[in-house]
Write a protein that binds this ligand. Structure first.
Ligand SMILES: Nc1nc2c(c(=O)[nH]1)N[C@H]1C(S)=C(S)[C@@H](COP(=O)(O)OP(=O)(O)OC[C@H]3O[C@@H](n4cnc5c(=O)[nH]c(N)nc54)[C@H](O)[C@@H]3O)O[C@H]1N2
Ligand SMILES: Nc1nc2c(c(=O)[nH]1)N[C@H]1C(S)=C(S)[C@@H](COP(=O)(O)OP(=O)(O)OC[C@H]3O[C@@H](n4cnc5c(=O)[nH]c(N)nc54)[C@H](O)[C@@H]3O)O[C@H]1N2
Ligand code: SF4
Ligand SMILES: [Mo]
Length: 691
C-alpha cells in the first residue's frame, strides 16, 4: 500500500467535510490529516470526523458474513452461503406472497451510486414497490415544502459561503454547534460582519448561546410562531409588495392564514412573548438581506411540511428569496442526505428526482435500464408505514444503511415487527442492533475503503476516494447487489464498479430536476465538487438557484396557505410533560458507528434526560439520578441532567442509544400527511424518579 495521502470526505454528516487520509499499519487503518483547501470546512473537523477510521479497525467492524444457524445463533458463513440464503429468502417470499411482500430499507448515508443501485435493484430485480429509507425520518418535510413552493428540492439554494454575507439569519430548530461544528464558523463570521443571528429552539443550546436573540417555543408550535411573525410583517407594512407581485403566486390566501394568527394568540400557543416576536421581525426585516434555515426541530413534526411552508411564506413575503444572499434553506442531515433522496431509494421516486407516477419519467428511466416502463412498480409505503407492515404484508426485508431498532419512532413496536419477519438480511459495517436480529448479516465496505459520490447540504456533488484496502472477507454494497441480482436472474445491469454506476446514474438523471449529466468523477476531483443541476459537461454547475426564476411551471414561487394545528399528541393530566429528542456532538444517529469509538464514548457515555431544575424538584430527582420517562408507547430510564437551558414543561433526550435509555421507545409515529415524516420532536410523557 502506497503511503500517500488521499483526499476524501467524512463518513458522517451532510457537511461532508474535506479531509485527507494517510494509511497506517499500527492497529488503526488510517490517520486523518487536515485538508485546509476544501472550502466548506477549511480544515476544521469535529471529533467524529477525526476518529472515523477507528470504526474500520479489526475487532470493531464485521469481517465475515454471518448466518443464523439451526440453534438460532448468528454464525460465520461463506459469502456463497450467505448470498444464497438471501436469494432463497427473497425468492421464497415472492413466490408465496407476491413481489410486494419483499421490502427494502435504505439509508441517506449511502453514496449516490449505492442509493441508485438499491432503487434499481428493488424495482427491476425484486419487482417490488416496497422500498423506502431513513431519509424519510430526516428531511422529507422540508423536501416536500421545497417542492410545493419552489418546484425543486435542494437543501440549500446557495453555498454556505453566502451565509456570513447576508444581514440576518433565523436558524429554526438546528443545533449546528453540535450537529455540524465546523459550520458554526459561518455564523461567527456573520456576526463579525455586523449580521444578526436569531435562534429558535426550546432549549438554550450551544448554538442558541451564539444568538443575538433566542426564542424558546414550546415544542411542536413552530407553525404558529412562523405565522405570528408573518402576521407582524403584514401588520407593520413590511411586505415586499414588488417582489410578491413579480415573483410569486398565491399571496392572498397565505396572507389570510397569517392574519388569523394574532401575536397574542401566538404567544399563548408558543410561549414566546409578543415583544420577542416583534424584535425578531424587526431584526430580520431591518437587515438588507436575510435567510431562514431550518433543521429537524420544526421539520420532525406531524405538520413539518406546513411548518416549513410557513417559513417559506415568511421569506417570500419579505422578499428574502430568489435574490442574492437571501433565501430559505434546509440543513440536510446525513452524509448523503441530499443525494440519497434524489436517485430512487425513496418510495415515490426515480433517479434524477423524478416522480415514479410520471409516465415520461418512467419511460426515460426504463429506457436507461432496458426494461418495459410498465414493469416498474408504483410508489410504495413510506419508511414508518413499511416498518409497521413487516411480518404482515411485507414478509422479507433487506436493510442497507440504517439501524431502525434504535432510530425509528415507536421503536419497541418496530423491533417486534422486525422480529416477526419471515426473513431479514442486513448489510452493515458493524453488528448494529438491527443486524443482530437478522437471518443473514453481510459485512460491507464503507467510506475510506471504497470510492463513491455524495451530495452535501449545498447540493455540491463530492467524490470520496478509496484510501485504504478493506479486509479480506468484506465486500462493497455494489458487489452485494451485483451478486444478488445475478442469483436472482439479472446477470447484467448491476456493475460493481462505482464509476460505471455513476455514469449510468448520469444518464438516468439527465433532463430530470436533479440533473447530474454533466458531472464526472474527473470533474469533481478537479473542481472540488460540482453543484447540480449540471446538464452537460460544458455547464459550470449551479451553486445558486432561483435567482432569475423558481423551478415552477410559471417561474413563480408558490405561497401555500397554512394554519396552525396542535401536535398529534397533546399533554394531559396523565402525560403532562412534552418530550423532544435530538443529538449530542459526540455521537452519531443510532450510534452504531460512534458508540464503537472510545474517545467519543468518553465524551458522551450514555443517554440522559435533560430537564429544568423546577421539574427535577417537583419529581424529586437530583443531578445524575435515574429518571423514568413514560409515554403511551413505552418507557425509558436514564440519568437526569438538570439545566436551566430547557423549558420547564419540556424534557429532552438524545436518541443515540439502545436498551433502557432508548428515546425512541417513547416517540410518536404520527405522520405528516404530505411527507410521511414521523413526529420525533414532540410527544406527551410522564417523568418520575426511577428510584
Ligand atoms: N453530532 C451529531 N451530528 C449530526 C448527527 C448526529 O446524530 N450527531 N446527525 C446528522 C443528521 S442525520 C441530522 S438530520 C442533523 C440534525 O441536526 P439538528 O437538526 O441540528 O439536530 P437535532 O438535535 O435533532 O435538533 C436540533 C434542535 O431542535 C430542537 N428542537 C426540538 N424540538 C423542537 C421544536 O419543536 N421546535 C424547534 N424549533 N426546535 C426544536 C432541539 O432542542 C435541538 O437543539 O445532524 C447531523 N449531524
Ligand atoms: N427520536 C429521534 N429519532 C430519530 C431522529 C431524532 O431526531 N429523534 N432523527 C432521525 C434522523 S434525522 C435520521 S437521519 C435517522 C438515522 O437513523 P439510522 O438510519 O439508524 O442511522 P445510522 O445510525 O446512521 O445508521 C446507519 C447504519 O448503516 C451502517 N452503514 C454506514 N455506512 C454504510 C454503508 O455504506 N453501507 C451499509 N450497508 N451500511 C452502512 C451504519 O453502521 C449503521 O448501522 O434517525 C432518525 N431517528
Ligand atoms: S461536521 Fe460532519 S462532516 Fe464534518 S467532521 Fe463532523 S461529522 Fe464529519
Ligand atoms: Mo437525519
Amino acid at each position: 500500500m502506497a503511503s500517500t495521502e488521499t483526499s476524501t470526505h467524512c463518513p458522517y454528516c451532510a457537511l461532508q467535510c474535506g479531509m485527507k487520509l494517510r494509511p497506517v499499519t499500527d492497529g488503526a487503518v488510517a490517520e486523518v490529516v487536515e485538508r485546509t483547501d476544501f472550502p466548506v470546512n477549511r480544515g476544521a473537523l469535529c471529533g467524529k470526523g477525526r476518529t472515523a477510521p477507528a470504526v474500520l479497525a479489526a475487532g470493531v467492524r464485521l469481517t465475515g458474513p454471518l448466518v443464523r444457524d439451526a440453534g438460532g445463533e448468528l454464525a460465520p458463513a461463506s459469502w456463497d452461503e450467505a448470498l444464497e440464503r438471501i436469494a432463497d429468502g427473497l425468492r421464497g417470499t415472492r413466490a408465496e406472497h407476491g413481489a410486494d411482500a419483499v421490502g427494502v430499507f435504505g439509508g441517506g448515508g449511502l453514496t449516490n451510486e449505492k442509493a441508485y443501485a438499491l432503487g434499481k435493484f428493488a424495482r427491476v430485480v425484486l419487482g417490488t414497490s416496497q422500498i423506502d429509507y431513513n431519509g424519510r425520518f430526516c428531511m422529507s418535510s422540508a423536501a416536500a415544502a421545497h417542492q410545493r413552493a419552489f418546484g425543486l428540492d435542494r437543501g440549500l439554494p446557495f453555498p454556505l459561503e453566502d451565509v456570513p454575507r447576508t444581514g440576518c439569519v433565523i436558524l429554526v430548530g438546528s443545533n449546528l454547534a453540535e450537529t455540524m461544528p465546523p459550520a458554526l464558523r459561518y455564523l461567527t463570521e456573520l456576526k463579525e460582519n455586523g449580521g444578526r443571528l436569531i435562534v429558535i429552539d426550546p432549549r438554550r443550546t450551544r448554538t442558541a448561546e451564539q444568538a443575538d436573540l433566542h426564542l424558546a417555543p414550546r415544542p411542536g408550535t413552530d407553525l404558529a410562531l412562523a405565522l405570528g411573525m408573518l402576521h407582524l410583517v403584514v401588520a407593520d407594512g413590511r411586505v415586499d409588495e414588488e417582489f410578491v407581485a413579480a415573483r410569486t403566486s398565491g399571496w392572498d390566501e397565505a396572507r389570510a392564514g397569517a392574519m388569523a394568527h394574532w401575536p397574542e394568540l401566538v404567544e399563548r400557543l408558543t410561549g414566546v412573548p409578543v415583544p420577542q416576536l416583534r424584535e425578531a421581525v424587526e431584526m430580520f426585516c431591518g437587515a438588507e438581506a436575510g435567510m431562514v434555515l431550518t433543521a429537524r426541530g420544526p421539520e420532525q413534526q406531524a405538520k413539518g411540511t406546513d411548518t416549513v411552508g410557513a417559513w417559506i411564506n415568511f421569506c417570500l413575503a419579505t422578499g428574502r428569496a430568489g435574490r442574492p444572499l437571501s433565501g430559505y434553506g434546509c440543513l440536510t442531515g446525513q452524509g448523503n442526505g441530499q443525494g440519497g433522496r434524489e436517485h430512487g431509494q425513496k418510495a415515490d421516486q426515480l433517479p434524477g428526482y423524478r416522480k415514479l407516477t410520471d409516465p415520461a419519467a418512467r419511460r426515460h428511466v426504463a429506457g436507461v435500464w432496458g426494461v418495459d416502463p410498465d414493469s416498474l412498480p408504483g410508489p410504495g409505503r413510506s419508511a414508518y408505514e413499511l416498518l409497521d407492515a413487516l411480518g404482515r404484508d411485507v414478509r422479507s426485508l433487506l436493510v442497507m444503511g440504517s439501524n431502525p431498532v434504535v432510530s425509528a419512532p415507536h421503536a419497541g413496536h418496530v423491533e417486534e415487527r422486525l422480529r416477526s419477519l419471515d426473513f431479514l438480511a442486513v448489510a452493515d459495517v458493524v453488528l448494529s442492533e438491527t443486524a443482530a436480529l437478522a437471518d443473514v448479516v453481510l459485512p460491507v465496505t464503507q467510506w475510506a475503503e471504497e470510492t463513491g459520490t455524495t451530495t452535501n447540504l449545498e447540493g455540491r456533488v463530492l467524490l470520496r476516494q478509496r484510501a485504504v484496502t478493506p479486509p479480506d472477507g468484506v465486500r462493497s454494497d455494489l458487489e452485494v447487489l451485483n451478486a444478488l441480482a445475478g442469483l436472482l436472474g439479472h446477470g447484467k445491469g448491476f456493475p460493481a464498479d462505482p464509476e460505471e454506476v455513476f455514469d449510468e446514474l448520469r444518464r438516468a438523471s439527465a433532463g430530470g430536476p436533479a440533473d447530474y449529466a454533466g458531472i464526472s468523477y474527473e470533474r469533481i476531483a478537479a473542481e472540488d465538487g460540482v453543484f447540480w443541476p449540471c446538464p452537460d459537461e460544458e455547464h459550470a454547475g449551479t451553486p445558486r438557484l432561483f435567482l432569475e426564476r423558481f423551478a415552477t411551471d410559471d417561474g413563480r414561487a408558490r405561497f401555500v396557505p397554512v394554519t396552525h394545528r396542535a401536535a398529534a399528541e397533546e399533554t394531559d393530566a396523565e402525560y403532562p410533560v412534552v418530550l423532544t429528542t435530538g443529538r449530542v456532538v459526540s455521537q452519531y444517529q443510532s450510534g452504531a458507528q460512534t458508540r464503537r469509538v472510545a474517545e467519543l464514548n468518553a465524551a458522551a457515555p450514555g443517554p440522559f434526560v435533560e430537564l429544568h431544575p423546577r421539574l427535577a424538584e417537583r419529581i424529586g430527582v437530583a443531578e445524575g439520578e435515574s429518571v423514568a420517562v413514560t409515554s403511551r408507547r413505552g418507557r425509558a430510564v436514564a440519568p437526569a441532567r438538570i439545566t436551566v437551558a430547557i423549558r420547564q414543561d419540556t424534557v429532552f433526550m438524545p436518541f443515540h442509544w439502545p436498551g433502557e435509555g432508548r428515546a425512541n421507545s417513547l416517540t410518536n409515529p404520527a405522520l405528516d400527511p404530505v411527507s410521511r415524516m414521523p413526529e420525533f420532536k414532540v410527544c406527551a410523557v410522564r417523568v418520575e424518579a426511577a428510584g
